[in-house]
Write a protein that binds this ligand. Structure first.
Ligand SMILES: Nc1ncnc2c1ncn2[C@@H]1O[C@H](COP(=O)(O)OP(=O)(O)OP(=O)(O)O)[C@@H](O)[C@H]1O
Ligand SMILES: [Mg+2]
Length: 228
């Protein structure tokens, strides 16, 4: 079973009298456990694709399933459960809660999933250590570097043991060296934990770490390359 299967995926936004075809009949598939990169110019539909795969938005037409679970037929409640239990999100801007420490940020999804406090604390601690921030767990986001903040976001994305991680330009706000460290971490987590990952990036060096690369243009799949 594929981790991601999108068939003729279309997302049309109505703006005033006109419309934008953010995705225009896109079909692609990512095998179980694979790390795939998505590239393409600004406005080509990359974030729209991630929003559909993550259950943050719904398609205008077409089909999308994640580990065999069809998303286009889910209700809003079912999508909320899917987002909580099955997907981890990592964004360019980190989106950490500023009044919570690194460890508390990682705890949030665990709390939402109903995990009891002692178990939650232990799991958050373990995740923070896993991303190399054992010494920074008590820091607030504004007491962390950009790379450290993104590590917290990675730990948070992994907290509920998702089957799929969606990352939208996770290295976009980081300097080159830190960006490569974050990419290394994603590659390592993908290999160790066998979590499928879809990684949007403008950086060809980062994209080259992926086994599979998709190139989008105007909401369509222009090119797919797979490493031998
Ligand atoms: N909510 C919206 N309403 C109307 N149009 C939208 C909306 N969101 C995105 N679009 C349009 O859809 C197209 C695809 O946007 P998307 O954000 O997916 O691009 P992207 O490939 O992620 O670009 P970037 O590299 O700049 O992040 C763009 O033309 C954008 O203007
Ligand atoms: Mg985008």
């Amino acid at each position: 079973m594929a981790a991601i299967e999108a068939e003729n995926l279309t997302r049309v936004y109505r703006v005033g009298d006109g419309e934008v075809r953010a995705l225009d009949g896109l079909s692609l598939s990512v095998p179980e456990g694979e790390l795939a990169a998505v590239m393409g110019p600004s406005g080509s539909g990359k974030s729209t694709l991630l929003a559909l795969l993550g259950g943050l938005d719904t398609a205008t037409a077409g089909r999308v399933s994640v580990h065999g679970e069809a998303l286009e037929t889910k209700s809003a409640d079912e999508l909320a459960t899917y987002r909580r239990d099955s997907v981890g999100f990592i964004f360019q801007d980190f989106f950490l809660l500023g009044h919570l420490t690194a460890e508390e940020n990682v705890e949030v999804p665990l709390k939402l999933a109903g995990m009891e406090r002692p178990e939650r604390l232990a799991r958050a601690r373990e995740l923070i250590e896993q991303v190399g921030l054992g010494h920074r767990g008590g820091h607030l986001p504004n007491q962390l570097s950009g790379g450290e903040r993104q590590r917290v976001a990675i730990a948070r994305a992994l907290s509920n043991r998702p089957k799929l991680v969606l990352a939208d330009e996770p290295t976009g706000n980081l300097d080159e060296k830190t960006g490569h460290e974050i990419a290394d971490m994603l590659v390592q987590l993908n290999a160790e934990q066998n979590i499928a990952m879809l990684l949007v990036t403008h950086n060809p060096v980062v994209a080259d770490r992926a086994q599979r690369q998709f190139r989008l243009g105007s909401g369509k799949l222009i090119e797919e390359t797979v490493k031998p």
